[in-house]
Design a protein around this ligand. Sequence first.
Ligand code: MG
Length: 282
Amino acid sequence: MQSEPNRCMLKQFCKKGHQLCCNFIFGPEKKRMRLSTSSETDSDKSINKMPSNANAKASYIKTMLKTADAVCFDVDSTICRDEAIDELAEHLGVGDKVAELTKKAMSQKNVEYKDTLRARLNVMKPSRQALHDFIKRHPPKLTPGIMELVQELHNRGTQVYIITGGFDSIVQEVAKELGVPSQNVYANKLLFFYNGDYAGFDETQLTCRSGGKGRAVKLIKEKHNHKSIIMVGDGSTDLEAAPPADACIGFGGNQVRETVQREAHWFIHSFKELTNVLQAAA
Ligand SMILES: [Mg+2]
């Protein structure tokens, strides 16, 4: 065990945070981090190493998929075929109003996700009972191939996480069906008054903020010391999560978003493409 004075001496040399200095002393893995003089993160480095040619890039991601510590999935139009908030709004009889608000939000620039979520929920005002009824009547519409893919990842010991701007109580049903532990779900939480009426949502959740998926990935990395994480999703918020995710695989099995198709490190139309890669590696 190093003494406190030694830690302080190193701190003077590396000019980085105290924790990083301590890591330098105790672990060879962290020593590699200390030697980096730029402000790049490990994720930035993985992404920077990626070939620019589309085929070479896809093959790079395939290799990364085989060795990743974790894969994070979006839910709406990715794990599930539909968008839960639209379905819930329909169930509550305000589908058109909410669709209009969603359309308006998508056309606005620099709008906080939290604000658009609040606006839609203020129209929907789902009570605890209404939410319960919705979950009962709308079992998750899983995208073909997701079950096999998650099973394959679990068999290999790869951690699976769910990161979504959707609602925890709905998403937990999805997680249950896929065998993903409840603590691996990062989603928004609805709040209710004692009588079950809608009271708002937990605004401290990372997933209700713009850029929240990236923050969730960063948290997962730090919490579990994962070195390599891949984000899979259909939307621009999934793209934005890489980095800190080491790569983004765009998913176009339900919706093809032009930006995601163009900018994802690899774009797929079926989960079978990922399962095949993993099974070929076995
Ligand atoms: Mg989505």
